[in-house]
Each structure stands twice: as C-alpha cells, then as structure tokens.
Design a protein around this ligand. Structure first.
Ligand code: FAD
Ligand code: NAD
Length: 161
C-alpha cells in the first residue's frame, strides 16, 4: 500500500486539532498534532503520538512533561504556525499553567507528566498523567480530509460550558 492511500484513508477520520507544548527551562516549543487520545479515567491518562523526525520528540524526553491545547475554530493560523506551514518568524505569547506554556484562546488546556513512552513504528507514544485542566468556551477547529473545517451544527447560542 502506498503512503498516499494510507493518508487518504486516515484523513476520512475526523479529529480536532491540538498544539502540544512543552518547555525545557525557559525554552518553549510547540507542535501541531491530531494524534491525541484520552486513555484512562483512573488514573487519568492521555497520550500523544510524536513522529521520529519531530523536534518535539527530544523536547518532551528532556522536559518530562507536556501540555495539550485543543484549538478553537479561529485558530487555524496557530495550527499552521506550529505545523511549520507558516514560517514568518513570529513570536507567540504563551500563557502558563502548572509551569508549562499553553496557547491563549484554546478551548481546552491539559497539562501532563510523562509516565510512559513507547516507540511504535516511526512514532513514539507519550502517555501523560493529567495534572491540570482548564476549559474555555468556544467551538473547536476540525480536521477532515487534510483540510480545516468548522462544526456546522454549533451556533452562537450553543456554549460548551
Ligand atoms: P518545528 O517544525 O521546528 O516547529 C514547528 C513550528 O512551530 C515551526 O514553524 C516553529 O517556528 C514553530 N514553533 C515551535 N516552537 C515555537 C515557539 N516557542 N514560538 C514560536 N513558534 C514556535 N506530527 C506528529 O508527529 N504527530 C501528530 O499527531 C501530528 N499531527 C498533525 C496534525 C495536523 C493537522 C498537521 C497539519 C500536522 C501534524 N503533524 C503531526 C506534523 C507536525 O505538526 C509537523 O511535522 C511539525 O512541523 C513538527 O514540529 P517539530 O517539533 O519538528 O518542530
Ligand atoms: P494528510 O493527508 O497527510 O493526513 C491525513 C491523515 O493521515 C492525518 O490526519 C493522519 O491521521 C494521517 N497521517 C498523515 N501523515 C502521517 C504520518 N506521518 N504518520 C501517521 N499518520 C499520518 O494531511 P496533510 O494536511 O497533508 O498533513 C500535513 C502534514 O502533517 C503532512 O506532512 C503529514 O505527514 C503531517 N501529519 C502528521 C501526522 C502524524 O505524524 N501523526 C498526522 C497528521 C498530519
């Protein structure tokens, strides 16, 4: 099977869009990811899957922690920035939660300590125990067939919180 056939097939599965953020001391790093999963309720575990070529891989290993930021529908540019699809050298003013950088305006921000990592094919799963959660109202950014979308059924009167 060729790569395009696999990616086209996986693109039929709709997801939200996250930016994974971490820091080693004062040095922050972010990366767009849709391979995110809620794993366990007791204990409270999530996972992210990071490609072997991503700089984020070593950053999370060094930091031992990461945050997951669920992007809002008006944050497509933020997704493109942290996917390396916009390269204009702009800086990002992070907010901070539990000592980790997080994205302002994200509809959910979850901080985690890494408790396990597994190399799986050309990716590494980082399982994180959740240490903090912060939710904000708003509609999610959607990813489907390699394109950004909005949730058609949500309107102004429908809030999440
Ligand atoms: P870089 O490519 O160096 O950084 C990414 C970009 O973020 C750069 O443009 C950089 O300027 C910017 N950036 C980073 N830190 C900062 C900062 N502190 N301030 C300002 N800008 C900063 N890859 C996966 O491994 N797993 C996934 O689940 C995944 N899902 C994706 C989903 C979508 C919708 C898209 C579009 C891409 C996805 N990718 C995923 C691909 C991944 O986002 C890119 O390969 C990304 O470029 C890898 O980032 P990097 O860590 O190698 O760092
Ligand atoms: P695309 O058509 O390449 O992706 C569609 C779907 O295929 C994605 O949502 C994902 O589920 C899967 N996919 C794509 N690349 C993958 C990879 N390297 N490993 C595992 N699954 C992958 O969409 P696009 O808009 O062309 O993607 C933009 C860039 O972001 C591409 O370079 C793509 O490889 C990368 N990306 C990587 C991942 C990932 O590593 N998990 C996920 C999404 C996108």
């Amino acid at each position: 099977m060729d790569d395009r056939a696999f990616r086209n097939a996986m693109g039929q599965f709709v997801t939200g869009v996250t930016v994974i953020t971490t820091n080693v001391g004062d040095e922050t790093h972010g990366m767009t990811a849709n391979a995110f999963l809620s794993v366990s309720l007791n204990p409270k575990l999530v996972l992210v899957s990071i490609g072997e070529k991503a700089k984020m891989l070593q950053k999370i290993k060094d930091a031992g922690h990461y945050a997951v930021n669920f992007l809002a529908e008006d944050q497509q540019e933020i997704s493109m920035l942290f996917a390396g699809q916009i390269k204009d050298g702009r800086s990002v003013d992070f907010e901070w939660l539990n000592g980790m950088p997080v994205i302002p305006g994200a509809i959910g921000r979850v901080t985690c300590q890494v408790v396990n990592e597994y190399v799986v094919g050309d990716h590494t799963f980082f399982v994180g125990e959740v240490t903090g959660i912060e939710l904000n109202d708003g509609a999610p950014l959607i990813y489907f067939q390699g394109k950004y979308r909005e949730l058609a059924s949500m309107n102004e009167n429908e809030t999440l919180l």
